[in-house]
Design a protein around this ligand. Sequence first.
Ligand SMILES: [Zn+2]
Length: 130
Amino acid sequence: MTALRDVRCVKCGWDFQVPTRASVLTCPGCYQRVRVEDIVINSAVIERSLETCGRLLIDRRGAVRAGRLAAGVCIEILGEVTATEVVAERLYIGPKGRLLGDCRAGAAIIEPGAVIAGGRFSVGPVKSAG
Ligand SMILES: [Zn+2]
């Protein structure tokens, strides 16, 4: 049996299951091709947008500059993030994590020591984050 994991479409908010190793699939909710793999950033990265229906982890050595950062399941920030917009169902910012930019999260855990600098920050249901 193929191992499955739960993801949520970053385009339309549809919950679905994907094979563990799948990286890009068509969402059964909106029929768009979406990235479903977990993304781990452990170096300096500049992207226009970084989106996945799975998890997005910025580890301690990771430093991301992006227009839009979105993850269907969760975003974990242990390093540095500078973005125009961060959208996540669940957001975790570790004790050394830094976030600069607007953020919308379904739920947020922010450890003592984390830095959130500037931007609009809202926590509440994030459905079909467009
Ligand atoms: Zn979708």
